[in-house]
Design a protein around this ligand. Structure first.
Ligand SMILES: Cc1cc2nc3c(=O)[nH]c(=O)nc-3n(C[C@H](O)[C@H](O)[C@H](O)COP(=O)(O)OP(=O)(O)OC[C@H]3O[C@@H](n4cnc5c(N)ncnc54)[C@H](O)[C@@H]3O)c2cc1C
Length: 283
């Protein structure tokens, strides 16, 4: 059953808005990029770091971060890894299909706090999808920021997401963009850096007092990165990270995504490090 557009009704945070799938692009063997447009022609109205609850009619829904800047008008992107029921169904859809979207929800990256600073933007694996929204924003508002470092690590060359973007960012003037992969298969041909993303920080020349670090990646990435950032002199109050938790409502009602007294869906998913570092199970 396709979701029906309902004119003359105010949008409800519980009701999915119909959304048209414009295009689907392979990013890696397990991740695809979906370009979407709200059926009513309105802009999504998100900020970098926010997520939407995506539903395929008749199935469940799942939180997915918006992977494009709010300033790229007319459509928005989601980078989705095939994980379970919903995302497998999403991967099977073709352009023209209708989906449901609730949101945008959650606390975004704090753009005011980033303005005028050097940014150290670090993504691991699928974390490049949420960060891409901020990266595009930085590209579109280059004069608002100081030096922009982008460090990205994936498991293997095949797992690198957004390869075309990465190539542009590496060749362009906007970012000091460095990429690494954990390992290269014996049969593989890859002439880039290898090793964990923490290794990219080693010879990076930073001005700690004017740098804000933004981390988005799988939970095991955070502790080792935080240790290196501390050695580099980056203050905890200048470190922002995005967390993922199992979620249901996305609007702070069900408590499914709680991290002690905080709700990841409303107080996050973006947190400053001091807000969460001592909470049980946060990192
Ligand atoms: C704020 C937020 C933003 C997200 N952004 C993206 C994104 O941009 N792209 C993307 O591909 N995925 C993203 N995710 C993760 C995505 O929501 C889950 O993978 C979701 O479970 C997929 O739904 P499913 O029905 O396909 O899989 P399910 O059937 O729900 O689960 C598949 C497997 O993933 C596990 N799982 C479910 N949720 C999570 C979670 N939050 N963290 C770790 N493991 C989980 C389950 O235990 C199960 O093993 C995000 C999650 C959050 C909370």
């Amino acid at each position: 059953m396709q979701p029906r557009p309902c004119p003359n009704q105010p949008p409800s945070v519980y009701a999915p808005r119909p959304c048209r799938l414009l295009s689907v692009t392979d990013l890696t063997p397990q991740e695809k990029l979906f370009r979407l447009q709200l059926h009513d022609g309105e802009e999504l109205g998100h900020l970098p770091g926010q997520f939407v609850q995506v539903s395929v009619p008749g199935l469940t829904e799942a939180p997915i971060s918006v992977a494009s800047s709010p300033d790229r008008h007319g459509a928005f992107d989601l980078g989705v890894r095939r994980a379970g029921r919903l995302t497998t169904a999403l991967h099977a859809l073709r352009p023209g299909a209708l989906l449901g979207i609730r949101g945008p929800f959650g606390r975004p990256f704090q753009l005011d706090a980033l303005a005028g600073k050097d940014l150290l933007l670090i993504a691991g694996g699928c974390g490049l999808a949420p960060l891409r929204s901020l990266l595009q924003y930085c590209e579109d508002h280059r004069d608002r920021f100081g030096v922009l470092h982008l460090l990205y690590g994936a498991r293997s060359p095949a797992d690198l997401m957004f390869k075309e973007d990465l190539q542009e960012w590496q060749q362009g003037e906007c970012f000091d963009c460095r990429v690494t992969v954990d390992q290269v298969p014996a049969t593989g041909c890859y002439d880039g850096a290898t090793g964990l993303v923490t290794g990219l920080l080693g010879d990076l020349d930073l001005m700690p007092h004017r740098t804000v670090a933004v981390l988005v990646g799988p939970p095991p990435m955070y502790r080792p990165l935080l240790e290196v950032l501390e050695r580099k002199g980056i203050a905890k109050t200048s470190i922002m990270l995005s967390l993922e938790r199992m979620m249901r409502c996305g609007i702070g009602k069900c408590g499914h995504c709680s991290i002690e007294h905080l709700l990841c869906c409303q107080d996050g998913p973006v947190f400053w490090l001091p807000e969460i570092e001592y909470l049980r199970g946060a990192l």
